[in-house]
Design a protein around this ligand. Structure first.
Ligand SMILES: Cc1cc2nc3c(=O)[nH]c(=O)nc-3n(C[C@H](O)[C@H](O)[C@H](O)COP(=O)(O)O)c2cc1C
Length: 226
C-alpha cells in the first residue's frame, strides 16, 4: 500500500530482569513515568485514559474510554453511571478487559478480569472531590440513554443546579444513587513494550493463586511472541 507510514518503535523494551516485584508496582511505575513525561514533554495527554471493553448478554462487544481513578491491589478502577451501557453490560456478564496505552512511549498495559462494584464509601469520597459542575452533571445526565437534543440536556443541568446550588461545600450535591464505579479484579495483566523491527516485548503476568495485584505469590510471568 502506498502512503502507509511505517514507524519503527525504538522503545526501551521490558526484560524479565527489570520487572517490578508485583504487577501493581510495575503498572504504577509505568503510570508514574507516563505522568512525569506528560508533565515534562507534553506528549502523553491523558496518561490515565483507560479503554474499557465489555460484552453484552448476546456476546456483542463494546469499548469506550474512561479515566483510571483507582489503582491498588484490588485492580484498576473507574467511576461512571451505573445505568450506562457499560454498567449494564458489566452487570450482565462480569467480564471486562481494559488497557492503558502510551503511544509516544511505545508502552501499553492490558488488564483482563471480572468487574466488581466500587464500595459506596469510596464512591462518596471520590464524588466530593469533583468540581461542583461535574457533580451536577452526574444528576442531570442519564448516561447512554437517548436525549432529544442539547437543549433538553441543558435544561436538566439547570434543574439540578437549582436543586443543589453551589455553596462551596463538598456536601452541597449528594451522590446520586445511580452513580458509582467499577474495579477490574484481574486474572491477567500484560505489559507491552514496542521495540525495533516489530520484535516487541510482551510480558504476561498470569494469576496462579489467590491474592491481589500487590501479592507477588499470586502471579507467574510468561513471555508471549509479539
Ligand atoms: C479521555 C476520556 C475520558 C473519559 N472518562 C470517562 C469516565 O471516567 N467515566 C465515564 O463514565 N465516561 C468517561 N468518558 C466517556 C466515555 O468514553 C463514554 O462516552 C461514556 O462512559 C458512555 O459509555 P457507554 O455508553 O459505553 O457506557 C471519557 C471519554 C474520554 C474520551
Amino acid at each position: 500500500m502506498s502512503g502507509v507510514v511505517h514507524t519503527d518503535y525504538s522503545g526501551d523494551g521490558l526484560d524479565e530482569s527489570a520487572l517490578a516485584a508485583t504487577p501493581l508496582e510495575q503498572v504504577a511505575r509505568w503510570l508514574a513515568e507516563a505522568e512525569a513525561r506528560q508533565a515534562e514533554r507534553g506528549d502523553v495527554p491523558e496518561p490515565r485514559a483507560l479503554s474499557v471493553a465489555t460484552v453484552d448478554r448476546a456476546g456483542r462487544p463494546n469499548v469506550r474510554t474512561v479515566l483510571l481513578r483507582f489503582l491498588d491491589g484490588r485492580g484498576p478502577g473507574f467511576v461512571t453511571d451505573l445505568g450506562s451501557a457499560k454498567s449494564v453490560e458489566i452487570s450482565a456478564t462480569g467480564g471486562v478487559a481494559a488497557s492503558l496505552t502510551w503511544p509516544s512511549m511505545y508502552r501499553s498495559v492490558r488488564f483482563r478480569g471480572t468487574a466488581t462494584a466500587l464500595g459506596r464509601d469510596e464512591v462518596a469520597d471520590y464524588f466530593v472531590a469533583r468540581p461542583w459542575g461535574s457533580r451536577i452533571s452526574a444528576w442531570a445526565s442519564h448516561q447512554s440513554r437517548p436525549v432529544r437534543g442539547r437543549a433538553e440536556l441543558e435544561a436538566a443541568y439547570a434543574g439540578a443546579a437549582a436543586r443543589f446550588p453551589d455553596t462551596g461545600s463538598p456536601d452541597d450535591v449528594p451522590v446520586p444513587d445511580g452513580w458509582g464505579g467499577w474495579r477490574v479484579a484481574c486474572d491477567e495483566v500484560e505489559l507491552w513494550a514496542g521495540r525495533r523491527d516489530r520484535l516487541h516485548d510482551r510480558l504476561v503476568l498470569a494469576r496462579v493463586g489467590p491474592g491481589g495485584l500487590d501479592d507477588a505469590a499470586a502471579w507467574a510471568v510468561h513471555r508471549r511472541q509479539p
